[in-house]
Design a protein around this ligand. Structure first.
Ligand SMILES: [Zn+2]
Length: 245
């Protein structure tokens, strides 16, 4: 199929085309009674279109990875698992999201004596290497883009002047909140990967549910600051309606 036909086919399946733009099946389809041997043509697909999905990659940044200023054990393994996940599934996603912690002056979020629950060593300062997406996740994102060049990429940053754990607090460069950006792409379901299970992944999953999305947590593609709190967070996400995959 060429590109335009392929796009038309997609729109037709998703019911986006205007009535007048659809092929006129009423004149081209033979009537059943006269030609019973012909398979009837249907104007609508026999299966409803699948829900539109986004892969949401939370804070896969250098400072949250091994070697970073707020290193989370298992981060790089999680990113490699996202690469493997993408290899088999890139085409089921219509959108891929990256959220990034992007601190300029986040006040008490940073501390010289952090408790690693509410206060943290300085991390993901805007414009620094620590704030960049980790090379292993970058590799997964590039692989995704090769496999599924039609997917929309949404990048949001958060935390400029205060703590911000949820990716749904993030905004695009144009200032659009993540939930609105997802709805603009008709997304209904999100799969969540990234760092950290007990903080930004947890907050993103819970906010995603509150915003009305179906949410799956990709357990092999996340890592926790604290293992026990990570396990507790997974139970909390599940009891709130997320599916643990
Ligand atoms: Zn932060």
């Amino acid at each position: 199929m060429n590109a335009s036909f392929s796009e038309m086919y997609r729109q037709l399946n998703e019911g986006e085309l205007d009535e007048h733009a659809k092929p006129d099946v009423s004149t081209t389809a033979p009537e059943k009674a006269r030609t019973p041997q012909t398979i009837p043509q249907e104007s609508e697909p026999s299966h409803p279109p699948r829900p539109r999905m986004a892969l949401v990659v939370v804070d896969a940044q250098n400072d949250f990875s091994e070697g970073g200023s707020l290193a989370v054990d298992g981060a790089v393994t999680a990113f490699r698992n996202t690469y493997l996940h993408v290899a088999g599934t890139a085409n089921k996603y219509d959108v891929i999201v990256t959220s990034r912690d992007n601190h300029i002056d986040p006040g008490e979020h940073f501390s010289d004596d952090p408790d690693f629950v509410d206060t943290w060593p300085a991390h993901c300062v805007a414009g620094t290497t620590g704030a960049e997406i980790h090379p292993e996740m970058q590799r997964a994102l590039e692989f995704f883009a090769q496999l599924n060049p039609h997917a929309v990429r949404i990048d949001v940053t958060k935390g400029e002047y205060s703590a911000a754990y949820s990716g749904f607090e993030g905004r695009t460069e144009a200032g659009v909140l993540l939930a609105d950006a997802l709805r603009a792409s008709d997304i209904e379901e999100i799969d969540v990967a990234g760092i950290a299970t007990d903080h930004c992944v947890r907050a993103t999953v819970l906010d995603g549910l509150k915003e009305g999305f179906s949410v799956r947590v990709l357990r092999k593609q996340i890592a926790a600051v604290d293992a026990d709190r990570g396990d507790f967070s997974l139970m909390e996400m599940e009891s709130s309606g997320a599916v643990l995959a």
